[in-house]
Ligand binder design. Structure first.
Ligand SMILES: Cc1cc2nc3c(=O)[nH]c(=O)nc-3n(C[C@H](O)[C@H](O)[C@H](O)COP(=O)(O)OP(=O)(O)OC[C@H]3O[C@@H](n4cnc5c(N)ncnc54)[C@H](O)[C@@H]3O)c2cc1C
Length: 587
């Protein structure tokens, strides 16, 4: 979607410490100057775009990676918010640790930016998204500094508010990050499936049998074919197949090369149809890492499941190839611009039960405007994200229309409009609709921390509608078990005995047992675990709903931290009655 023009700011400041950030913010508040925190500027939704009337705070001088504190099954380390991802990883490696937060943008994004936008890395299925790894934050606001998470003091903890707040609640100056020991063993393998639905079943099964793969990446038929995974129609060893030959011909013929992209970009429906019609076959990459024994045990369970689910073993090569090139994939769209086209990506997520509708709906919407392909690379027990790549030709209006339609399709399918790219200007209205219930709370908190309203104004949520969300806009609670996604929507205040008996009668129990009503224990469990998947509540007399989704980056996520008495219903993970107990408090 078109965004503002990213004008050069009035001034750029390079603070070197949290204290200097604080001074800048006080100055800006006194002068009424909008402040845009700038990590590395890799955000793709326009959250950090410059503004001619404001001050840009380039945070890259907030440096320093501390010594890792060994906490037994994991480590913790304090890092300056301006440290670039790859520098962070390099510094950890010298100590024998790794963050395993590995976004494609690891070389051009900062630790503070990851927290501000709820970023996701390529190993999220095992280690969680960045909000799951960020243990504590130091924040500088115009009204003063505060700590969140482990550093919070007093009764109030703003951790879940600041994560995903995109600079609107202050500048994150330091992050305490959960880190992992460098893995001693890794197993990576590719499998070909007849179609995405067959692969989804196996992915879901892998996660729901409590395996903890570090990588689960499925490329749909178009992505497998167009992006040249080369394994959809033939085994990996036989090269890139017909597409490879076609590409070689085009590369060798200058006249063809000049027009190679023009035709498909101009006729997206035709080309989408051809690609889909040729083959539905797609490639799934699965990986495990950790101790030798864990990797062996996990892969010994996973491999037969993958074959039984219809997977054809393509060997180690597709996985090894992806791993070696995993940070390159996002930088390949330049030829499309030079052919006068547009290209973009959109990441959404939904429960497993809604995934087929989300995939079909968004693909159909984008397919009207451009070539569209997708991969599925952030996989959870409850659901999965979809990363669409689309490319087409046309004016800015066409590009905007494609975004509007796709966002509407995602919402209609019950998905979140943002899984890890955040909100910015691009998804501002869609995210505000999704989080209608918290917008008033967010604005109230903002005016407390930033009374002059200078922190990245007008980017994350539009100004508050005076009336707030209307009761009719809030979806009604639908109680019951979603067996596919293994979640149940239950009354939040119900006595444990009644709740557990009702669940048991249907063959289920809570994944994380709670002795009292659900609201009595909403604590975090483990980084790869999501305890509250959805919530319905009444806040200050207004009903609010937080869509049940596996993870979201559509702004802050307070679904676990509202006042206990405000909850009406909660969507929480469940497991079949006979399932083995899940380890609590760790992994
Ligand atoms: C090629 C490419 C690949 C990408 N791949 C991924 C991927 O795999 N996974 C993923 O999650 N994202 C990916 N992204 C998106 C992007 O890297 C993330 O959104 C990242 O979190 C942004 O970090 P940044 O430091 O560049 O933040 P910026 O773009 O500078 O800022 C993003 C937002 O955060 C705010 N902000 C930045 N730092 C702070 C701070 N210290 N305190 C408060 N607010 C702050 C800014 O004001 C802005 O609102 C990719 C982007 C590109 C260009």
């Amino acid at each position: 979607m078109s965004q503002d023009d990213g004008s050069a700011p009035l001034a750029v400041a390079f603070p070197e410490s949290a204290e200097q950030v604080g001074l800048c913010l006080q100055f800006a508040a006194a002068e009424g100057l909008p402040v845009v925190p700038w990590g590395a500027g890799s955000g793709v939704c326009g959250a950090a775009a410059g503004r001619a009337d404001g001050l840009a705070l380039d945070l890259k001088l907030l440096r320093g990676v501390g010594a890792v504190q060994d906490r037994g099954d994991h480590g913790a380390v304090d890092v300056g918010a301006g440290v670039l991802g790859q520098h962070f990883e390099d510094a950890l490696e010298t100590q024998g640790w790794a963050s395993r937060h590995s976004p494609s943008s690891i070389g051009c994004s900062t630790v503070g930016g990851w927290a501000a936008g709820r970023s996701a890395g390529q190993f999220s299925s095992r280690y969680g998204k960045f909000e799951d790894m960020a243990l504590a934050l130091d924040v500088a606001a115009p009204t003063g500094a505060y700590g969140t998470g482990e550093w919070a003091s007093g009764g109030r903890d703003l951790h879940e508010w600041v994560l995903g707040s995109e600079g609107a609640l202050g500048v994150i100056t330091r992050v305490r990050v959960r880190v992992e020991r460098v893995a001693r063993a890794r197993w990576l393998r590719g499998y070909r499936f007849h179609d995405v639905a067959a692969a989804w079943e196996v992915m879901r099964m892998l996660l729901q049998t409590e395996l903890r793969p570090c990588a689960v990446r499925l490329y749909d038929a178009a992505d497998t074919m167009i992006a040249g995974k080369g394994t959809a129609t033939k085994p990996a060893s036989s090269g890139a197949g017909w597409l490879g030959s076609l590409r070689a011909l085009v590369d060798a013929t200058p006249a063809l090369r000049r027009h190679a992209l023009s035709l498909p970009l101009a006729l997206p429906r035709l080309v989408n149809g051809i690609v889909q019609g040729l083959s539905g076959a797609c490639v799934l990459i699965v990986g495990f890492e950790g101790d030798e024994s864990e990797v062996q045990a996990s892969s010994a369970i996973a491999a037969p499941l993958l074959l039984a689910g219809g997977g054809v073993d393509l060997g180690a090569e597709p996985g090894e190839h992806w791993y070696a090139h995993r940070h390159e994939v996002s930088y390949k769209v330049a030829p499309i611009y030079s052919h006068g086209g547009f290209a973009d990506t959109m990441e959404v997520a939904a429960l497993w039960s809604r995934l087929p509708a989300l995939y079909a709906g968004v693909r159909a919407a984008l397919g009207r405007y451009g070539l569209v392909m997708a991969h599925f690379s952030h996989v959870y027990r409850e659901g999965c994200s979809i990363y669409f790549t689309f490319a087409g030709r046309g004016s800015l209006d066409v590009y905007d229309a494609a975004w509007q339609d796709a966002l509407a399709a995602a919402a209609a399918a019950g998905g979140t409009v943002a899984h890890h790219h955040g909100v910015g200007q691009l998804k501002m209205h869609a995210a505000a609709r999704e989080l209608a219930g918290i917008a008033p709370l967010f604005h109230a908190l903002k005016s407390e921390l930033d009374p002059a309203g200078v922190m990245n104004p007008g980017r994350l949520f539009p100004a508050l509608d005076e009336k707030g969300p209307r009761a009719a806009d809030v979806p009604a609670v639908v109680y019951g078990v979603d067996a596919v996604s293994r979640v149940a929507t239950l009354p939040a205040q119900e006595a444990a005995a009644d709740r557990d008996a009702r669940l048991a009668a249907q063959g289920w129990r809570l994944r994380h047992p709670v002795a009292g009503p659900l609201v009595s224990d909403l604590s975090r469990v483990a980084p790869d675990d999501c305890r509250v998947v959805g919530a319905w509540a009444t806040i200050d007399g207004r009903r609010a709903a937080f869509l049940p989704v596996p993870r979201s980056s559509a702004g802050p996520d307070p679904r676990r931290i509202l006042p206990q008495s405000s909850y009406e219903a909660l969507t929480v993970p469940v497991v079949p009655l006979g399932a083995a107990p899940v380890p609590q408090g760790g992994r």
